[in-house]
Design a binder for this molecule. Structure first.
Ligand code: FAD
Ligand code: S2G
Ligand code: ZN
Length: 466
């Protein structure tokens, strides 16, 4: 069901003509101007293949200067622009510069996350974020969606780890905020406007980011619990007893596990038994193997003896660890293989989180398979409702109920994926009218003609443009 088809085209936007194409070819050369149907089809289709755009032109600038010239021209011609990174939003690269001494990476927005991870690995450092889409997502997209991912519990949000960025405004102005300082209190910290603005305020062209040192000892435990409350109690114990070495805390329910085992090859349940309904992945990262192992083993003994955990296994080597991660990171792929999926990326009070899953199962019955997993350590639930095909009867049982329920708990209807097109008109479930109004004023100040990523993030009703 393409949400884009229900969006009314803003008639104030111009339509691309041959003069535009010639101008872009002059700046980017033939290779930087893509009109090939197949390549455009990929760029026009989102990862979930739910949204289909109809852009007739893809431009591939290689420098900030080229981005600036394109935006300046598009702004004057009132041509709408959608910035794209790896196109893994649920809502390529260049050579990064690395300051070895202070562990700060400065790189171009087009760098693919996985390339940065391996580049830093060779230098003895790590990226402060990791997510299942690392193979295709780009750091510019990660910053623009304020991506959370698997390590936020340890390294915090990109609002903390991004030290600076370079962005190009709608009129082509290049904003050099590419600081590499840990502390700089000179005026408003405007880089934060661009972190999470999903391309609606400017195009991020460079990023400078804190890259923690790679530590010697990483351990991973795959645990099973009989109920959700036990998962929650294990989390509070992990925060207390593993403390500073805790680096990831993910959960998945039995429906998620069954889906992965059914749709992904070569995986098996590390803890086959009928008594579990929940699984937890706990990762620790520290500087001393013996110390960490001792800490983790003591913790595992404690949670097993108390009955909070019914079974568990500590990964013995890198292969076993990656097979554990493959189960967790493979859930989105398994959901896509299972058919239609309605995705809800919610922040909720941990004690309430699974009540919503149970409510949804009650509302949907056998019509759909309600799957729950996510970054439990961050209070972030990925509620995914899987069905043979999209149909309005299912959707009507989910929306607006799921948003109203989340809003009542003062949760967020988008914990990490952003609002995009799908949730642009849902922002009021998580933000006050005055706050959204101020966002619209900032959007109008920075992009008066509304050419940057139109119809996304904010309700179009608030964005009538001059
Ligand atoms: P795109 O999808 O290309 O773009 C995303 C948004 O950012 C769009 O609005 C686009 O206009 C804008 N944008 C892209 N590049 C720029 C730029 N340079 N300047 C300005 N705007 C730009 N997300 C999480 O937060 N946590 C997860 O754990 C996670 N896991 C995922 C697992 C899978 C298998 C998949 C498919 C996705 C996952 N995602 C996750 C969602 C997605 O990967 C993230 O939102 C990611 O940050 C998007 O990066 P991208 O480069 O693909 O951006
Ligand atoms: C994750 C991926 C997208 C989804 O796996 O952590 O962010 O909801 C998600 O399947
Ligand atoms: Zn996630």
């Amino acid at each position: 069901a393409s949400t884009a088809s229900t969006t009314v085209r803003n008639q104030s936007f111009s339509v691309i003509n041959s003069d535009d194409i010639n101008y872009f070819k002059k700046i980017l050369g033939e290779s930087g101007v893509v009109q090939d149907e197949e390549k455009l089809d990929d760029a026009n289709t989102d990862w979930m293949r739910k949204q289909k755009g109809s852009s007739k032109l893809m431009l591939q600038p290689k420098s900030t200067q080229e981005v600036s010239q394109i935006l300046d021209y598009c702004n004057s011609r009132c041509l709408a622009v959608v910035p794209q990174g790896g196109n893994t939003g649920l809502v390529g690269g260049s050579v990064p510069v690395f300051d070895e001494a202070s562990g700060i990476l400065v790189c171009e927005a087009g760098c693919i996350l996985e390339n940065l991870i391996s580049y830093l690995d060779n230098e003895g450092f790590i990226m402060p974020l990791d997510l299942g889409a690392k193979g295709s997502c780009q750091i510019g997209g990660n910053v623009s969606t304020n991506a959370g991912g698997l390590r936020l519990i340890r390294y915090g949000s990109l609002h903390g780890s991004v030290l600076g960025l370079e962005a190009v405004l709608a009129n082509g102005t290049v904003l050099d905020m590419l600081g590499t300082l840990r502390k700089d209190n000179t005026g408003y910290d405007l880089k934060h406007l661009f972190i999470g603005s999903e391309g609606s305020l400017g195009i991020v062209t460079k990023v400078s980011i804190l890259t923690p040192p790679k530590l010697a000892s990483v351990n991973l435990a795959f645990l099973a619990c009989k109920d959700y409350t036990s998962c929650q109690k294990v989390l509070s114990q992990a925060k207390r007893n593993l403390g500073e070495i805790l680096s990831a805390f993910e959960f998945l329910d039995i429906n998620a596990m069954d889906l992965v085992l059914k749709h992904l090859d070569g995986l098996r349940d590390p803890l086959p038994s009928s008594t579990h309904n929940f699984y937890i992945l706990i990762e620790t990262t520290g500087s001393m193997e013996s110390h960490d192992k001792e800490k983790l083993e003591a913790f595992l003994l404690q949670v097993m003896e108390s009955g909070l955990v019914t079974d568990g296994v500590l990964s013995q080597d890198i292969n076993q660890a990656s097979s554990f991660w493959r189960i967790r990171e493979g859930i989105p792929e398994a959901l896509m293989k299972a058919g239609a999926v309605y995705k809800y990326d919610l922040s909720l009070p941990p004690e309430k989180m699974y009540d919503l899953v149970v409510e949804m199962r009650g509302r949907l019955g056998t019509e759909a398979n309600v799957v729950a997993y996510g970054h439990l350590g961050d209070g972030n639930l990925h509620l995914n409702i899987s069905a043979q095909q999209y149909n309005d009867s299912i959707l009507s049982k989910i929306e607006p109920f799921v948003y109203e329920w989340t809003s009542k708990q003062r949760g967020s209807i988008s914990a990490e994926h952003g609002l995009g097109l799908m949730k642009a008109n849902k922002i009021h479930y998580s933000k006050s009218a005055e706050t959204v109004q101020l966002m619209a004023s900032i959007k109008k100040l920075l992009d008066p003609k509304g050419i940057l990523n139109p119809y996304k993030v904010l309700p179009t009703s608030l964005l009538s443009h001059s």
